[in-house]
Design a protein around this ligand. Sequence first.
Ligand SMILES: [Cu+2]
Length: 451
Amino acid sequence: MFSSFVVFALCSSLAIAGPVPVNDAVDYSYIIKRQMEKRQDLGVVPGLPAALAGFVPVIANMGILPQIVKSMNAGYGKVADIPGALSKRIDMETRNPQFPNSKSVKIRYGPYKVPSASRRNLLGEAGTLFNWPELDVPKPCEGECVMLSMEADLEYADGSNANTSNGMWLHHMVLFNVGPNRFDPTCANKTSLPHLLISSSPDKAERVMASGNERTRTRFNSPYQPQTKLGYFLNPADKFALILDFMNEKTEDRVVYLTMTYDYINGRPEGFSNFRSIWLDVAQCGTSEVRAPVQSGKFNVSQMWTANLDAEILGGGGHLHDGGSHLTIEVDGKEICNSVALYSKSNGTGAMGGMGGMGGVAVGGKAIIEVEEDLAGMKLQKRDGPHLSGEHISAMSPCAGKTMGLSKVKKGQNWRITGFYDYDKYPGMMTGGKQSNVMGIALIMVKNWSV
Ligand SMILES: [Cu+2]
């Protein structure tokens, strides 16, 4: 029932191989791994057909995107609160006990009416609430605070979980932060569909987190290393916005709440650094997909970025699809990172193979294997293309410490990422007998950034 042209999170997991060398006294490998996995979602235009990507400027200039989305959701989306529903803000015990004064709160947004599976939208998608923009999004704190982690979930009015077991999918959600000095560094001054959807632009809004139905927690710090002390700093003037996309497998309309559980510390706790990641993408601010230019042999895909912020680099790594051999990052003509694709037959995930896999990473000798979370992700056949037997990319080598040839991002630097492919050496993914679209993405994790 699920349409194959839904491009969001074709590869919802983006794993790196560990252990990661340390950059300074603190080992950031856990955070790098988590960010590599979760940030994958942020660069991809949720739920829009790849074919639309080339028309982004046209759609933007015509200003028709909101109308398209509106007509696809007519009669659905946000509805009045249900009498007797749970409170919209539920204080919880802290989920980060390693940090004194940390808090956790679950906020329920909506509710949202999702069409029945017997109703199809203009794209032929059944039972879909399509990229619903939500601009009324209460934050966990109104003053200054530091977010430590957060995660998205779906619930019915009574608080019971809405998930695949009862035919409801959190297909994807993207959380934006709109405010002074907020921007998506690599999309600034460009047209970006996700930002258009929330009536904003990459010069005013940045993507903070995204999730698919795997619903794993996005972390800005490591639960195993309290000394890492990283977080996403929220300011009083910041405003949240959401893009929501849910799917209903039952033949009646249903109403669900999106829940966000936020973990945070009020104020600016001592020793914490402001974290963010920089998303470099060969198809920047679009769908992240590039048509494979050849059917066999070698090619590469590349993109430039002029740095528009200052920051300290923690680490980074690349993301390629099957057929890719390595991804390089050059700054002012000098290579600072070579992230190499590691192929394996036995990543055991089936659905996830071929696009990054699910590698574990060793931190301080301790392997972190998040089996529960990964298992949930594996069920998402719909969000992946077909994966046949054979070798697939199971991880990409990270750059950090000795393997990261640069310690600071500085305004004006010329960055270039290049994804290298060789179909003769590594078979690509095929769609209808032809090479599938490919990706070339690099994520750079930084702290203490300023504009
Ligand atoms: Cu991908």
